[in-house]
Design a protein around this ligand. Structure first.
Ligand SMILES: Nc1nc2c(ncn2[C@@H]2O[C@@H]3COP(=O)(O)O[C@H]4[C@@H](O)[C@H](n5cnc6c(=O)[nH]c(N)nc65)O[C@@H]4COP(=O)(O)O[C@H]3[C@H]2O)c(=O)[nH]1
Length: 594
């Protein structure tokens, strides 16, 4: 009996100790919670307290105010709370919660939208942490919620600015490529195709040039709006820049669907647009490529579509063209190169090299030919023979040519001022620069800006340009000549046999093509031909430059034939401006080349 009493007393003491322990723990918990609640009040956050077993959820008054429920503290269930979570965020919310309950994350952190009493949604950021028993099972979870709607809206705005085109409101290139990647992944799973269309408006530049950029912009906006009606909801139309658009058609079953879309785009682009009382219409050229038939990578597909678009242009515009593997690789390269060339000037990839022209009698450097160089990051150093024809075809030569003229004249004026000797700078010009007398006004401006005397500028023309007089170059050449600008004929002898243009145009110099000079040693005709050219030119009061002079024998022959000037690797290769300056000053101070 006494043993039993002692046992009971011991148990009683133990129980008392546990009660004391528990009430101490409860006190600590209450204090902790009070501190937490205080901290949260200060942090302007609402509190929640959840029992994962019974699903009871306690929401603090501040939390309810945060999400706009307009109620005081109240109890609910986690199921009801879930019904307030935006349906697009529900799965994510449940996943994050589940990971935390399983102990896979240290803290619970989730951004989601929750509905308020007026039916709208607020973005909230919820933090929380589960309390766990000895078996690591969560028996309670507490946390806070803060309203991040404003922050989210700001983020969305920034994201929108970074991914949408500001003029048309369409997705931009970055977003388009992202969507293309998503479409490709989905098609891979669904075993379907993706159509990629590169759309370029034909003759849009004309609208910009004749009616101004404002009208051009309005036109683009209108066309973008209209194009929007040509597609399904899941399709994407993006603006790549300028008048170029990209269309992504995901989940296609047959290429026939693409053809229908192309027809719709062509018809839409044709519809007349009226802006500021002007009515005009454009057309479009479309290049089409298909995933997976033509490629797997977004960047490769984009290149295909671009090349196919150029093919459509080459076929007369206002049409669409499917990419084919047989499509000439050179054509692809050419068209891709043109798109890079478009940016070459603004990206500072162009420069001028200068090649000495020496007097055949004294050997002094009397001038230089400015030769354009393009360093393209994608293709490396591109030879002028490759990119100049491209620039001419695309009309880019006009802007580039203006830059060449200005740079060369400013440079020549500087050298002349430093060396105090006469100097002539020769600049190549192409036919498109003559359109509408453009070259005359450019030369006037450039001479004024640089202070270079007109006589010190020589424009190198091709025979073709003079032969095609009907294009209206004659007038411009006469004006240039009247200003004092020198005119020379480049690559003389290679083009046309009719020489009557030499009398009709105010030509000052002939440059004998380097192929004749190269053949001097091995062909019987070449010496006779060169000799005849020099005599004929002199009879007409025209000076002669021998081009491509590489050997001492060539120098001797040309000098004997009274050729006036010599140019070629024998004297100097084309070099950057600073190196040419050294050659020039050496020639001025140390003596002649010959
Ligand atoms: N084998 C050999 N070649 C020599 C020798 N001496 C000079 N050359 C090369 O012959 C070309 C002379 O220029 P071009 O006949 O006007 O022929 C030029 C010109 O028609 C065109 N070009 C260059 N710059 C411009 C430019 O600013 N505007 C225009 N429209 N065309 C340009 O590109 C063409 C090629 O220019 P480049 O490649 O720089 O080639 C240059 C030059 O490097 C030599 O001794 N041997």
């Amino acid at each position: 009996m006494s043993e039993r009493i002692a046992e009971l007393e011991a148990e009683n003491a133990l129980l008392k100790q546990r009660v004391i322990g528990l009430s101490k723990a409860e006190k600590v918990l209450r204090e902790t919670e009070a501190r937490y609640a205080l901290a949260m009040q200060g942090a302007n956050e609402g509190l929640w307290d959840w029992d994962p077993v019974s699903k009871e959820l306690y929401l603090s008054a501040r939390l309810l105010r945060t999400i706009g429920m307009g109620k005081d503290t109240f109890k609910t269930t986690s199921n009801e709370w879930l019904s307030w979570v935006h349906e697009e965020d529900r799965e994510h919310y449940q996943q994050v919660l589940c990971h935390h309950l399983k102990g896979e994350t240290e803290y619970f952190r989730c951004e989601y939208r929750v509905q308020n009493s007026s039916g709208g949604y607020v973005w909230v950021l919820a933090h929380g942490m589960a309390l766990r028993n000895d078996q690591n099972i969560a028996y309670r979870m507490v946390g806070s919620i803060g309203d991040i709607t404003e922050q989210k809206e700001y983020q969305d705005k920034l994201l929108h600015q970074a991914t949408y085109d500001h003029l048309t409101g369409l997705p931009n290139r970055a977003l388009a490529l992202d969507r293309l990647s998503v479409a490709i992944s989905r098609s891979r799973r669904n075993k379907t195709s993706v159509g990629l269309l590169f759309v370029d408006l034909d003759n849009f530049k004309k609208i910009n040039d004749t009616l101004g950029h404002e009208v051009g912009d309005l036109h683009l906006k209108e066309i973008s709006n209209r194009l929007g009606y040509c597609f399904r909801e899941e399709d994407t139309i993006a603006r790549l820049g300028g008048d170029e658009f990209l269309v992504i058609l995901p989940d296609l079953d047959s290429p026939k669907q693409v053809e229908e879309v192309c027809e719709r785009i062509l018809a839409t682009a044709m519809q007349p647009v009226t802006i500021n009382g002007y009515e005009f219409s454009t057309s479009a050229s479309i290049g089409v490529t298909i995933y997976p038939d033509d490629g797997y990578e977004p960047s490769g597909l984009l290149r295909n579509a671009d090349a196919a678009m150029y093919q459509a242009k080459a076929q007369g515009k206002d049409t669409f063209c499917f990419f084919t593997p047989e499509m000439d690789q050179e054509t692809v390269r050419k068209f891709t190169m043109e798109s890079y060339l478009r940016q070459a000037l603004s990206k500072d990839q162009l420069s001028l090299h200068y090649q000495s022209i020496v007097s055949a009698s004294s050997g002094d450097v009397v001038g230089a030919e400015a030769l354009l160089r393009w360093h393209c990051p994608e293709y490396g150093q591109v030879p002028p023979d490759q990119f100049i024809p491209l620039a001419e075809e695309s009309g880019l030569i006009v802007t580039i040519g203006d830059w060449v003229l200005e740079t060369a004249c400013l440079q020549a004026a500087e050298w002349m001022a430093t060396a105090c000797v006469p100097f002539k700078i020769a600049v190549n010009v192409s036919y498109p620069q003559f359109r509408d007398g453009h070259i005359v006004s450019t030369v006037e401006k450039v001479l004024k800006k640089s202070g270079l005397p007109a006589q010190c500028l020589e424009l190198e023309l091709t025979e073709r340009l003079l032969m095609e007089d009907e294009r209206g170059c004659a007038e411009a050449l006469k004006k240039l000549s009247a200003m004092g600008v020198q005119l020379s004929i480049d690559d003389f002898g290679t083009g046309f046999s009719a020489l009557n243009y030499l009398q009709r145009f105010p030509v000052n110099t002939l440059k004998i093509d380097r192929s004749f000079v190269a053949e001097l040693d091995c062909s019987k005709e070449s010496p006779a031909l060169i000799s005849a050219i020099i005599q004929m030119a002199h009879a007409l009061g025209i000076e002669v430059v021998g081009e491509g002079v590489e050997t001492r024998q060539q120098v001797n022959f040309l000098t004997l034939q009274t050729c006036d000037y010599l140019q070629g690797y024998h004297f100097a290769r084309p070099v950057p401006a600073d190196q040419f300056q050294l050659q020039f000053s050496e020639s001025c101070y140390l003596g002649a080349y010959i």
